[in-house]
Design a protein around this ligand. Sequence first.
Ligand SMILES: Cc1cc2nc3c(=O)[nH]c(=O)nc-3n(C[C@H](O)[C@H](O)[C@H](O)COP(=O)(O)OP(=O)(O)OC[C@H]3O[C@@H](n4cnc5c(N)ncnc54)[C@H](O)[C@@H]3O)c2cc1C
Length: 530
Amino acid sequence: MKQSEAAQSEAAESEAGQPVVAIIGAGIAGLAAAFFLRDEPVRVVVLEGSPQLGGKLSVAEVAGYRVDVGAEALLARRPEGTGLIRAAGLDGDLVSPGTTAARIWSRGAMRRLPARQFMGVPADTGELGQTGLLSPEGLARASREPELRPTHRDGDVSVAGYVAARFGQEIVDRLVDPLLGGVYAGRSEELSFEATLPGLAQASRTHASLAGAAASLLPPPPPSPPPGSPPPPARPAVFTTLRGGLGALPPALAAASGADVRTGAMVRELVRGPRGWRLTIGSAHAPGHLEADAVILALPGRPASRLLGGVPGAAAALGEISYASMAIVTLAYPDAAFPQLPDGSGYLVPAVDGRPVKAVTFSSVKWPHLRDRAAGLLFVRCSVGRIGEEAILQRDDGELAALAAADLAAATGVRGAPADALVTRWGGALPQYTVGHLDRVARIQASLAAQPGLAACGAAYAGVGIPACIGTARAAVDQVLAGLRAGSTRVRSTAAVRAPGSSTPGPSTPVRSTPVPSTPVPSTPGQDGE
Ligand SMILES: Cc1cc2nc3c(=O)[nH]c(=O)nc-3n(C[C@H](O)[C@H](O)[C@H](O)COP(=O)(O)OP(=O)(O)OC[C@H]3O[C@@H](n4cnc5c(N)ncnc54)[C@H](O)[C@@H]3O)c2cc1C
């Protein structure tokens, strides 16, 4: 046995009394899983292949300030994300947006989104006319929706197929596709109605009109206040973030988890071993091994598929999930470059308009804490690349930054070059929940459930947003703990096993936040992490 091999095997076996849970991948899902295991009588080893923690959560320096260059906002109405942040002791760092009013740059002008819409599906077709989003013909077609007979659907269908059958194609092109593109970097002709809009798909079964179904998911419109009465209390913010950026969450979680978190630890092979599972880690010429009682795969579809060669059902279904690549171009402008400061959080661009940038976030407007920190500078995130648009990402960083800046100038009138620009490339950024996704996930779960001590979590399954990823981490942890309890007397309940006053197994590897790759892109106004 080589030295490194022996060292890693020994590390895992040294506490023979405690089951070892290996978590592969230190994105938000893997780190959340490690955190959820912190009080359990298990030894947790997190193996991250890249040099840094966090996966798609990452901060980098632009114009001397650290800003998010991956995910930048968290849906606050789902409890998983804010709950985890609070449990990790970061509640004091949660901040609210100054505005979430996004626009659509469509048909040559900046248009406001209808107030009453659900992911672009209008709840009130009357309101559409005031936005200028649709042509007169498109508006007339959409307005007939409430009178149409119910549209039958047999099994899963594409978002575009169903919504266009109800409202006409223009609503898809000008509203739904840009909003979905903001979340998935995908195309509504391919995305699954059941998987990407589960709430609406469900409501549409009990409403004859899709506008009615959308309305049933929205809070009632506020009553008009009597003249002279004080303004109604503001509704709670839909999004939140951390003062130091969402990229500050991964290192905090890793430290709070008490797990043994290793970066630069690429897992190359996963096979059955004497203890349950045997992992091969690191380079082919100097591999290390880890014996684990249970394994949680917190990986995108393809790397998970590659490791699951011994579980062919799951491997095949995971391999079917395609991913969109994208880039975030973060631009820092002096305030004076803008003819007038933007008053919304950003804008989305319909794919049919053929522009290079698909979404823009005015970060310093959306997040007042950023504005306070970097007065006089306006940070803008431009998001480039949808599924099938990989060619644009072939350009070098300078070209991509110039392209984004020129597109922004055409939309906003911003003058001159940015003071700084950073391009962050996200290859395999977002899984595409195409038609049949729910069946695919059911096949993966069934296949994994037949393998004791194996579970999976992350963006490939039940939502790409951060809270959804954390939700799958919780479920994966519950699954492996139930398996360990059923198969072994070593894991009972936390209370029964932990010595009074004892804490979690201590980390054997210091955790540090490593530098981020050199390229920024914006999180989109439409990113709601459904
Ligand atoms: C640019 C961008 C902006 C986004 N904005 C938002 C937003 O504002 N709000 C929101 O809610 N969501 C947003 N999302 C989506 C969300 O960030 C992701 O879906 C989520 O972070 C994915 O987390 P994960 O843990 O599943 O996977 P990942 O973050 O992909 O983590 C997986 C980890 O596994 C590692 N890995 C891969 N193979 C191996 C291996 N063999 N061995 C060891 N390690 C391995 C990878 O290096 C990676 O660190 C955004 C996504 C992108 C790309």
